[in-house]
Design a binder for this molecule. Structure first.
Ligand SMILES: Nc1ncnc2c1ncn2[C@@H]1O[C@H](COP(=O)(O)OP(=O)(O)OP(=O)(O)O)[C@@H](O)[C@H]1O
Length: 648
């Protein structure tokens, strides 16, 4: 084996879950001309030029010593994996031109000299890890770097002065940086590059307050606070003497307010209100007639408006980091409405005109099972989409999240209600957006939000035309369908949404997280649909259902299956799910058929469901006794007089 092959195998051995690299084999050459024989290699003129090991679910730490022994290596991408540990000592691979480590679990501070001597580096992406501490000083010395992605880490302190450059990409957003934005960074950047960094100021954000101004504000605040305290003391004395219970009530109020004020999650706070991106909203929709300025554009007439400054000034918390960027919940200053701002960093597939017209299209959609788009912001690198906050979590959090207070188990009634709503919302999208190849495209359980009544509300729909293709291919649910193969022609179609619906149904019935969400194209042995198929074929059908759904409390292994119960409609829904998950598109059900079949299923009123009245009223013994396909067993309940006859 060549030295490079041995070195690569050594590097591989430091990784965990390197299944995607199973064809790395020392008896096979690495490259021939520009062709590579090992997965993830980039070859140039018969030599190893780069490693592109993205989206492979790789874990473990990076063996930089091994990589340093590859003298021709110029580009290294380990993006979108689960790699851990501190920042790898990349200066050992001094000739690198591009380094992509985004979307991993790297953490800790990066030493100041981490990039010393890497004079060839042009692109550095460390986004969406947990790097902390200051931005390393050695980075500033690398004058060739024109693409720098540091967003969504925990960097703190000031942004160093990189001098003037023609930045092709620059992003510091979603960190804990503070202080003035250096002058040189104003060129080719806009404020989205700094969004979410509490404490940054200066162009393109609001101006920094001068220190004299700060002092006068401080003095003003202090004297105001002193006056307030005096008033409070007097008020308290007065209340004490009049009615003690009122004083107790006041204390509680003060405590709540303090907690809110001290919350570390205040992200959008900005010092003052004047920068060039203040809203240009008018009362009509004229700002949507074409791409005008950099403003928050409202797409609906039925919503009260707020301006960008209000959004920036809102208290906000991070809801989570998805495949496209972070989502923030922001409480508007009216104190009543909460909105969600989702930042998309890979949304440059459409030009500005096309983007605006797509937003207009989305703004016209209206259905009880769709999350309405309220407004958007169009920036060169980042786009922001604003929608309502939906208060009851997502289907994913209810199925797979922690059990406990506020996260009651989902009974059959709720699950069926959710699936029905999802089917209706999806069917509406297919009807209203006939020209889109993927009317939803990203249907999965974290994009099914639930309101207080467990009405499902679909989010992140119809975005495919806007997203960079390669990013969409890696992340969107439709591209996890069997008809998509990264290496071949993309055969996804509207039917891929049906496949996603099928997976969602199976996930909802089994309570299992579909590994399908993590992988592109054809699944393997752990494919949820394949698992369900196998279990049903083996007639262990009761085991397929989530224990919670059947009234059991533990996992399948812990349960006594004689205590389990399922009903005819659950089986019908299981079948619908399986028919939607057919690998062959020709055999797969169409959406219309799936929706019709789902609509035929019944559920009782939620309240009754909670009391298990379902089991009393809808129990269909003849189905169970006649069914030879399924081992139906009834949950042992003292109220069932006919228990023994069923089991015998
Ligand atoms: N409008 C909303 N109201 C309430 N929660 C929301 C809203 N939008 C998103 N969330 C929740 O915020 C979290 C992050 O959402 P986000 O859409 O960014 O990522 P995701 O759904 O996990 O992945 P993806 O980006 O692939 O859709 C998720 O738990 C999601 O359920």
């Amino acid at each position: 084996a060549s030295g490079a092959a041995e070195t690569l195998l050594r590097f591989k051995s430091s990784l965990t879950n390197a299944i995607a690299l199973s064809n790395w084999n020392s008896s096979v050459p690495l490259c021939s001309g520009d062709r590579q024989f090992w997965t993830g290699l980039i070859c140039r003129k018969g030599q190893l030029y780069g490693l592109r090991l993205e989206n492979m679910s790789l874990g473990g730490a990076v063996d930089v010593d091994a990589l340093a022994a590859l003298p021709t290596l110029r580009t290294l991408s380990l993006m979108n994996n689960g790699l851990q540990g501190p920042m790898p000592d990349v200066k050992q691979i001094g000739a690198l031109r591009a380094l992509y480590l985004s979307n991993n679990n790297f953490s800790g501070s990066i030493s100041g000299d981490a990039f010393e001597g890497m004079g060839n580096l042009k692109k550095l992406y460390l986004s969406r890890n947990e790097f902390s501490g200051e931005i390393p000083a050695s980075l500033v010395e690398l004058k060739g770097v024109v693409e720098l992605g540091l967003e969504e880490n925990l960097f703190e302190g000031r942004i160093p002065d990189f001098g003037e450059r023609d930045w092709k990409y620059l992003n510091f957003s979603g960190n804990r940086l503070e202080g003035p934005i250096p002058y040189g960074l104003k060129k080719n950047t806009n404020f989205t590059s700094f969004l979410g960094d509490n404490g940054l100021c200066g162009e393109p954000l609001a101006p920094c307050k001068s220190s004299t101004k700060k002092w006068s504000i401080l003095i003003g605040v202090l004297s105001g606070a002193a006056a307030l305290i005096l008033c409070l003391v007097l008020l308290r004395c007065f209340l004490r003497t009049s009615k003690s219970s009122v004083a107790v009530h006041d204390d509680t109020k003060t405590e709540t307010k303090t907690k809110l004020f001290l919350s570390p999650k205040i992200l959008f706070k900005r010092p003052e209100k004047t920068h060039q991106y203040s809203s240009t909203d008018s009362d009509d929709n004229s700002n949507l007639s074409g791409p005008t300025g950099s403003a928050l554009c409202f797409v609906r007439t039925d919503r009260s408006r707020f301006d960008f400054q209000e959004l920036l000034a809102a208290s906000a918390e991070v809801l989570g980091s998805g495949s496209f960027g972070k989502s923030y919940k922001a409480m508007l200053s009216n104190g009543l409405s909460a909105v969600v701002v989702k930042r998309f960093g890979q949304m440059n597939a459409a030009g500005k005109e096309e983007f605006y017209s797509h937003m207009r299209l989305l703004g016209r959609l209206s259905h009880p099972n769709l999350l309405p788009l309220i407004a958007f912001y169009y920036g060169k690198d980042d786009k922001l989409l604003v929608s309502d906050f939906v208060p009851n979590g997502s289907l994913a959090s209810h199925l797979h999240g922690k059990r406990g207070e506020g996260n009651a188990r989902l009974n059959w009634g709720k699950r069926l209600k959710i699936i029905k709503g999802v089917a209706r919302g999806l069917s509406y999208l297919h009807k209203e957006l006939p020209n889109l190849s993927l009317p939803h495209g990203h249907l999965k359980s974290s994009n099914v939000l639930l309101d207080q009544n467990f009405t499902p509300i679909l989010s992140d729909y119809a975005l495919f035309p806007l997203l960079q293709k390669s990013h969409a291919h890696h992340h969107m649910a439709a591209f996890k369908s069997p008809e998509f193969s990264p290496a071949h022609h993309d055969r996804t179609s509207k039917s891929s949404d049906v496949w996603s619906l099928g997976i969602l149904i199976l996930e909802t019935l089994t309570g299992k997280f579909p590994t399908n969400y993590l992988r592109q194209g054809k699944g393997a042995a752990d494919d949820l649909a394949a698992w369900v198929n196998a279990v049903v074929r083996e007639e262990w059908t009761a085991e397929v259902f989530d224990g919670d759904l059947l009234g059991g409390s533990g996992t399948a292994a812990e349960e006594d299956y004689c205590d389990w119960d399922y009903n005819e409609d659950m089986l019908k829904l299981l079948k619908i799910g399986m028919c939607c998950c057919e690998w062959e598109i020709g055999k797969r059900w169409g959406l219309k058929q799936a929706v019709e079949k789902i609509e035929e299923l019944n559920y009782d009123d939620d309240e009754e469901e909670e009391n298990y009245s379902y089991y009393e009223s809808d129990y269909n013994e003849s189905f169970y006794s006649n069914s030879s396909n399924f081992k139906g067993r009834r949950r042992t309940r003292t109220t069932h007089e006919d228990e023994s006859s069923f089991l015998s």
